[in-house]
Design a protein around this ligand. Structure first.
Ligand SMILES: [Mg+2]
Length: 374
């Protein structure tokens, strides 16, 4: 049993020199909401609230957390991290009523991760060992966040730290850039993998035509080719079109859809995000119910969510690869006392308890927009 004694919430913002472009908009900075829960054993547990967009997402979630969740957390006693999600069922009604379940899911996911971190610290185990006693202590990384205009440059950067798999954004303006495909085909080595992320950019009218063209290129997977709100049947029809793997999951926010895709053997790469929906508890449960090799966690936020995701992947799918943003973001690489680095293509996890690192107070101070303590 642990009891939450106090908490800090940090709203941080890292301004970008080069914008990140997606098919649905441009990111000019990288916001981050970091939750620190302190328990009665004086441990700190960390979680991250997903808040990438729209531009006011972090500020809005900061206020919602402060005004609605804090009272529920203070003096909370919990005997099992798997019970975290259900603690907030009463609050959930407000968000169902307002049609804003995304915010609710993002905040509860962060709390869940922080509580898993606290429990592993109390058990005096690294998080990966707490999740799976036979866990490996490292995980391969693949490079993500690659804009088409700088694909070769970013691939070269990723290669320089031993990464052999790269995910490039395509699908802008409901199009398929054949010149880019040819350029990549010429430059990708035999032992390397190429993934494409359409970010929901194609419609049902064009997608089949594009997938048929793509089968001429060596493709590890195509991610979210059509809207994530498409029916399961629409996604299923794409998976049956040819042998290209369709990947999705970062925008799935209900158990039924996860059940559908995990139990469908045409889908081999499912990408939940522990900071968006369900936290570690969801992944733990899915990994017990289904083939954990299908779980390739999505992640594109700060170091807290990335390091936590690395522990989870090492514990449940050690042969998989963890999505790793290749663009500069000091809130990813330097948010802890030790720099988060990919070495020889992977993250090595230390033997310290929990996620194994402490927040770097200098970086927090430098990029802080506001914080809240209770
Ligand atoms: Mg994606």
């Amino acid at each position: 049993m642990i009891r939450i004694n106090s908490l800090n919430l940090y709203y941080l913002n890292f301004p970008l020199k080069n914008n990140i472009i997606t098919s649905f908009g441009v990111m000019k900075n990288r916001p981050s909401l970091i939750l620190e829960l302190k328990d009665n054993f004086n441990n700190s547990g960390y979680g991250e609230v997903w808040c990438n967009f729209p531009s006011d997402a972090a500020n809005y979630r900061f206020n919602i957390f402060k005004n609605i969740f804090v009272n529920k957390l203070k003096d909370l006693e919990i005997d099992d991290p798997l019970k975290t999600i259900s603690i907030f069922d009463k609050i959930k009604i407000v968000f169902i009523q307002s049609g804003d379940l995304g915010t609710y899911n993002n905040i509860v996911a962060a709390i869940d991760c922080a509580i898993w971190d606290l429990f592993s610290k109390n058990k005096k185990l690294p998080l990966y060992k707490f999740i799976n006693n036979n866990s490996k202590n490292n995980i391969q990384s693949y490079a993500s966040g690659i804009n088409p205009g700088e694909a070769l440059k970013k691939i070269e950067e990723a290669r320089s730290v031993g990464i052999d798999s790269f995910k490039v954004k395509i699908g802008f303006n409901n199009n398929l850039d054949i010149n880019l495909l040819n350029l990549l085909k010429e430059n990708i080595k035999k032992n390397e993998n190429l993934m494409f992320d359409v970010n929901q950019g194609w419609n049902l009218h064009n997608v089949k035509k594009y997938l048929l063209i793509l089968q001429k290129y060596k493709t590890f997977w195509i991610e979210e080719p059509i809207s994530a709100s498409s029916t399961n049947e629409d996604y299923n029809s794409l998976s049956n079109l040819n042998n290209i793997n369709i990947a999705l999951g970062e925008n799935i926010n209900n158990i039924n859809d996860f059940d559908y895709y995990f139990s469908n053997n045409k889908f081999n790469y499912i990408q939940p995000d522990i900071t968006k929906f369900g936290g570690i508890s969801l992944i733990f449960n899915l990994s017990k119910k289904y083939n954990p090799k299908k779980i390739w966690l999505h992640f594109l936020g700060s170091g807290v969510g990335l390091l936590t995701s690395a522990h989870v992947m090492a514990a449940i799918n050690p042969e998989g690869k963890l999505e790793t943003d290749i663009n500069e973001n000091l809130l990813r690489t330097k948010i802890f006392d030790t720099e988060l680095k990919v070495i020889e293509g992977k993250f090595n996890l230390n033997n310290n308890f929990g996620i194994g690192m402490k927040l770097n107070k200098e970086i927090i101070k430098k990029y802080l927009i506001k914080s809240f303590t209770n």
